[in-house]
Design a protein around this ligand. Structure first.
Ligand code: BES
Ligand code: MN
Ligand code: ZN
Length: 500
């Protein structure tokens, strides 16, 4: 395994002389003052001339690199526009990310960012965004030239009162830790991270932070009757495994009524006997993106010692077409007792989740369950790579998730469910079939399938993250590759509504 290394992040007072690359945030059309005006003066007006020549006024999203501004100044100065209105927390994260992108491989080892308002809180958010964009999965690139690697290893927020931002920085570090873990887990190929390897990695990451880790192995699942999940894994030589992560952080030692997150962890999805076409099949290494997000979330919650009682369950399997693989037409008995006719072995995620969801309810009686799954290709058809599909039987929970997602830029869009869709899963030979009898609305019928394993009055939401766990085209905060989607929004969900 080759985890990405995270740059160091810190806050510091504005120094006499700057070291490394330097970035200023600039408010649109506002006279330059403070350290920015001082730097311009030291440059003999070169900064201003460069900005003017580039028609840079500080517009939101605009960025201007100035090289060689003058003697005694850093060779690389970045001006980052913030627009006229006071920026949101998300705007600040994004500005930091944008700044990092201009300096990442510059050769400079440190990047200092100086916010327009000099505040420590602002600086911490800029630094956090820069660190998010810093993520590189290049541990396997043994021939990469030094100048192709990221040079920046230290990101410093310059501000008036660094001590005032100590807590902000600690919170940012906790969010980053979970975010990086989720991205690492998605990037690692399936020969390295097969189910038991994921379980071991997650245990090694989380147990030291005080998370209780329970491994549910195949022998136990066989005894208890997890027939739906085990059916998916039986075509693989790799054992299936379920990991339960419990963070008992609620004050007063309250261990009752946890909130619960469930992740689909298909370490590789070939489709099984209903084999997928070869083109693009390599993408299915991140078919454990739901499990990765949930694991990252737990790392963030534990790292910041969230005052909440939180359980996460990840169902880890490999969907392979081996000699013992399940066949189209097989009927399996799920942990809930309901029988499922498996008409397409490529609709495996829902089979995994069916048993994990049932176990979550029987074992923990949670206040809510949110599951995350790269469940359907149809999700990409519906919402593209910008938003995840959100399905829920509870308007309040759905609204809370939506608000948290808007605030963090991990966007979701509510999708419908209903009996008209659900009935397309009825089977003449078993309690249900694992694929719809109709052709359309595949993400919705998949959600309806999951709902058949949700007990009466159980608050539940399902996020189909098939389109958002991986970015082919660069996203502002994370660039390309694994996005870490939902670590930050679900952390915010817990923080805003389920702590204390
Ligand atoms: N993991 C896939 C869904 C997926 C496809 C995610 C492409 C991301 C990109 C899932 O297991 C799957 O194969 N779903 C099938 C369901 C179908 C057989 C009803 C699909 O979407 O084609
Ligand atoms: Mn599949
Ligand atoms: Zn899958």
């Amino acid at each position: 395994m080759t985890p990405a290394s995270m740059p160091s992040i810190s806050l510091s007072a504005v120094p006499e002389t700057y070291a490394g690359a330097l970035a200023f945030t600039v408010v649109e059309d506002k006279a330059w003052s403070g350290p920015l005006a001082a730097a311009d003066k030291a440059s003999g007006g070169a900064l201003r001339r460069a900005a003017d020549a580039a028609r840079f006024k500080g517009e939101k999203g605009k960025i201007q690199l100035v090289l060689g501004a003058g003697e005694g100044l850093p060779a690389r100065i970045v001006l980052c526009g913030m627009g006229k209105d006071s920026p949101s927390l998300l705007d600040l994260n994004r500005a930091g990310a944008q700044i990092l992108a201009t300096a990442a491989t510059s050769g400079d080892e440190s990047l200092s960012i100086l916010p327009h308002d000099g505040s420590a809180a602002t600086a911490a958010l800029l630094v956090e965004g820069a660190a998010m964009r810093s993520y590189r999965f290049d541990g396997y690139r043994t021939r990469l030239k030094n100048e192709q690697r990221q040079s920046v290893t230290a990101i410093v927020g310059l501000c008036d009162d660094p001590d005032a931002g100590a807590d902000d920085l600690e919170q940012a570090a906790a969010r980053l830790a979970g975010h990086y873990l989720a991205r690492d887990l998605k990037h690692e190929p399936a020969n390295v991270l097969y189910p038991v390897a994921v379980a071991e990695r997650v245990k090694a990451e989380l147990e030291p932070l005080g998370v209780e880790v329970t491994i549910i192995d195949e022998a136990r699942m066989e005894k208890e009757g997890w027939g739906s999940l085990l059916g998916v894994g039986q075509g693989s030589v790799r054992d299936s495994v379920v990991v339960a992560l419990h963070w008992k952080g609620a004050s007063g030692g309250a261990h009752k009524d946890p909130v619960c997150f469930v992740g689909k962890g298909v370490c590789f999805d070939t489709g099984g006997i209903s084999l997928k076409p070869a083109g693009g099949m390599e993408d299915m290494k991140w078919d454990m993106g739901g499990a990765a997000a949930v694991s990252g979330l737990m790392k963030t919650l534990a790292a910041r010692k969230a005052k909440a009682n939180v359980v996460a369950l990840i169902g880890l399997v490999e969907n392979m077409p081996g000699g013992n693989a399940q066949r189209p037409g097989d009927i399996v008995t799920s942990l809930s007792g309901q029988t499922i006719q498996v008409l397409n072995t490529d609709a495996e995620g829902r089979l995994v989740l069916a048993d994990v969801l049932w176990h979550a309810q029987e074992q923990y009686r949670p206040r809510f369950i949110v599951d995350l799954a790269t469940l359907t290709g149809a999700m990409l058809v519906a919402l593209g790579m910008e938003k995840a599909g959100l399905f829920s039987n509870d308007d309040e929970l759905a609204a809370q998730i939506h608000a948290a997602s808007e605030a963090t830029g991990e966007y979701v869009w509510r999708m419908p469910m209903g009996e008209e869709y659900n009935k397309m899963l009825d089977s003449k030979e078993a309690d249900m079939r694992n694929i719809s009898a109709g052709r359309w609305g595949g993400s919705i019928t998949a959600a309806c399938f999951l709902e058949r394993f949700i007990q009466k009055d159980q608050k539940w939401a399902h996020m189909d993250v098939a389109g958002v766990v991986w970015a082919d085209k660069a996203k502002p905060m994370v660039g390309t590759g694994a996005t870490g989607f939902a670590v930050r929004s679900l952390n915010k969900l817990v923080q805003d509504h389920y702590e204390g």
